[in-house]
Write a protein that binds this ligand. Structure first.
Ligand SMILES: *Cc1c(COP(=O)(O)O)cnc(C)c1O
Length: 451
């Protein structure tokens, strides 16, 4: 029995894995990872895999990054954690100062939680509570976009629209107002993504006109709906949305949990639309993929609506045990150091161009309907019939064939249904990108029976 086999056996007798039908592991191998370095993951039998999905979109500067490691080690010798109510610590102060500096103008206050879903819960509750504190008791609902994803806890799940995750729990969820979104996959022949954004915005305008009086906020994932099959849209939609939210007196929540910290080609996706949201949710890349932490940034206007005498009961009485954990804040500071020291955004532009060039030939593949990219996120969508974009039935699990092939070639390419994508750590090389694209191509041929 190899070390991999031994650990797998022990794992499968006690661990229940996330987002997994555990029965799949009767035939799919579990991969126990011993160590990571840069883009590489190494298992217990010595096999190595390029982490092309940044370990679920969290890793930015590679595994075991020497600088982030050192910053965490230094913090560990000082303070691992302290209650953040009534107490504070230097990493959380420094991190908040930095986040206020680098996020879009107007965001001046940081509230912390410990994962993305919790950040979304915080933003939803804060928005509702803001309107309540301002005497607007009718505002109790939220608007979201079709195909959106904001996390798995009940509030976050409710404002999402990915049926696979949501449908089962519907009886438990609040009812949002779901607006047909600006997904550029649905463009007409000859239509640009900008035109799709403008065309689709009328649904939002209509909904706001009808529902603004009962709506706290519109929540969106700026530019890329990652869990929603990496569907993408034009920044114009966000510019229009910001203007309309102001006009109708509704908050705008930007969920940049997946797209923040350079993924889309700018530090934050909202920058490409030149907008500032009322709430910005950050997590995933915030700590460079090291430790669980999330932040909700908001405005002075929102902060002041909660600021009063204790007996007015207007405070935001929300907390998590590990809110603003010192080690996690240190990891975030180490990550932001790397953005300050190197021209990460400029370097990513070069890597993104390599991805675009390498993926371009897939457009001619008989079973590829769409090759799309926003900055460091690139996706290839497979279909059964290219002419009319008939999707492969989900039961066929075509993407899984790419996943299995990639593992055999030393790459972690975890698909989203019929969509295969690259969202690599920023320390990847051009050569490694070309290798991943080659492996993806082989996988697509295998999965579509065209090879
Ligand atoms: C991952 C994700 C979340 C949820 O974050 P968790 O840390 O997994 O709870 C929320 N919104 C978006 C856009 C995400 O990609």
């Amino acid at each position: 029995m190899t070390r991999n086999d031994e650990l797998t056996r022990r794992d499968l007798s006690v661990v229940w894995h996330p987002c997994t039908q555990m029965k799949d592991h009767e035939r799919l191998p579990m991969i126990p990872i011993r160590r990571g370095e840069g883009v590489w993951l190494e298992d217990f039998d010595g096999n190595r895999y390029i982490d092309a999905v940044s370990s679920w979109w969290v890793n930015l500067f590679g595994h075991a990054n020497p600088h982030i490691n050192q910053v965490i080690r230094d913090q560990l010798d000082q303070l691992e954690h302290v209650i953040l109510a009534g107490f504070t610590h230097e990493p959380v102060i420094r991190l908040s100062e930095k986040l206020v500096n680098i996020t879009p103008p107007g965001l001046s206050r940081c509230f912390y939680a410990d994962n993305g879903s919790s950040a979304v819960e915080v933003a939803l509750k804060m928005s509702f509570h803001y309107w309540l504190n301002r005497g607007q008791r009718k505002k109790t609902r939220f608007m979201c976009l079709s195909n959106s994803y904001h996390g798995e806890t009940l509030g976050a799940l409710a404002v999402g629209d990915v049926a696979l995750y949501k449908e089962t729990y519907k009886p438990l969820l609040m009812q949002p107002i779901t607006i047909e979104g600006p997904d550029c996959y649905h463009r007409e022949p000859g239509e640009s993504c900008e035109q799709v954004a403008e065309r689709q915005f009328r649904h939002m305008e209509q909904a706001l006109a009808e529902h603004a009086h009962e709506t706290c906020a519109v929540i969106v994932e700026p530019l890329v709906q990652c869990a929603g099959s990496m569907r993408m849209y034009h920044p114009r939609y966000l510019t229009l949305l910001r203007e309309a939210c102001d006009r109708h007196g509704v908050h705008l929540i930007a969920d940049e949990i997946a797209v923040g910290f350079g993924r889309t080609g700018t530090m934050f996706a909202c920058e490409q639309a030149g907008i500032s949201p009322d709430f910005m949710c950050l997590s995933k890349g915030l700590t460079g993929g090291y430790l669980p932490l999330s932040a909700v940034l908001t405005t002075e206007e929102v902060y002041q609506a909660f600021y009063d005498e204790y007996d007015k009961l207007s405070a935001f009485l929300h907390s998590h045990s590990y809110t603003g954990n010192a080690l996690a804040c240190a990891a975030a500071l180490g990550t932001l150091d790397l953005f300050e020291r190197e021209d990460v955004i400029g370097n990513n532009r070069r890597l993104a161009a390599v991805m675009a060039e390498a993926l371009a030939p897939f457009k001619d593949h008989p079973h590829v309907a769409d090759v799309r990219q926003t900055g460091m996120i690139a996706a290839v969508e497979m279909v059964k019939d290219k002419a009319v974009r008939t999707p492969y039935p989900w039961q066929e699990r075509r993407g899984l064939k790419i996943y299995q092939h990639a593992l055999s070639r030393g790459a972690l390419l975890r698909p989203l249904g019929n969509v295969s994508y690259l969202m690599p750590p920023y320390v990847i090389t051009e050569e490694q990108i070309r290798f991943l694209v080659q492996v993806m191509g082989e996988g697509i041929d295998l999965a579509t029976g065209a090879g």
